[in-house]
Ligand binder design. Structure first.
Ligand SMILES: Cc1cc2nc3c(=O)[nH]c(=O)nc-3n(C[C@H](O)[C@H](O)[C@H](O)COP(=O)(O)O)c2cc1C
Length: 186
């Protein structure tokens, strides 16, 4: 039986979570990283939170820019996501080195990632420390969605898009669309 202390050290039992590529462009630099710790916080106003360790260059860049983009890539881009999560902008210019293709945002200065099936443009509304991560709360100012990837109700079409899920460590998976169920409450 695992000791409680060892279990807590491996505190990652909550996965799978979707992987987002989060980053910004400040006056000085541009940088993005893989981010699995993210969550919607509010519909009105639309708020989206990302949890970022102070150790990340992305933490610094978002703090300078006071804005960020959140970009969801499909499973086909797993290698790029893994690189964005295992290499730091402190050591390598990830956008240049990994040929990340960018598109201009509609409202903010920081670009979105072209290959994403959906991206959010966010303005920092709040930053709060929780242990070793800081919660950056972004007000969502614009959304870029690949029209073909969502059904008319705005639900992701898993027949067309294979969202990238993170399982912890260096493991990734996607959804099996054959398990889809439309469950009505009556
Ligand atoms: C799939 C995946 C998800 C990650 N999620 C987070 C996260 O939510 N928050 C965080 O601070 N770091 C997270 N990381 C770690 C950073 O992405 C990683 O340290 C990255 O190299 C930081 O890059 P930067 O220094 O250029 O910002 C994740 C790593 C991986 C592989």
């Amino acid at each position: 039986m695992k000791k409680i202390i060892d279990q807590i050290k491996q505190f990652q039992h909550f996965y799978p979570y979707t992987v987002a590529i989060v980053g910004a462009q400040s006056e000085k630099q541009i940088n993005y990283m893989a981010c699995a710790w993210h969550t919607a916080l509010s519909f009105s106003p639309p708020l989206f939170g990302v949890l970022i360790s102070k150790k990340r260059l992305t933490h610094q860049v978002i703090s300078e820019a006071m804005e960020f983009t959140v970009n969801f890539l499909s499973e086909e881009r797993v290698k790029l996501s893994a690189l964005m999560g295992r290499k730091s902008g402190y050591d390598v210019d990830k956008v240049k080195e990994f040929q990340v293709r960018l598109s201009p945002s509609k409202i903010i200065k920081s670009p979105v990632i072209k290959e994403a099936y959906v991206s959010f443009e966010c303005k920092v509304a709040d930053i709060r420390a929780y242990g070793d991560h800081d919660l950056f709360v972004g007000e969502v100012l614009a959304i870029h969605e690949e029209e073909k990837s969502f059904n008319p109700e705005g639900v992701l079409d898993t027949g067309k898009v294979h969202p990238l899920l993170y399982l912890g460590s260096d493991f990734y998976i996607t959804i099996d669309p054959d398990t889809l169920q439309h469950v009505l409450p009556d």
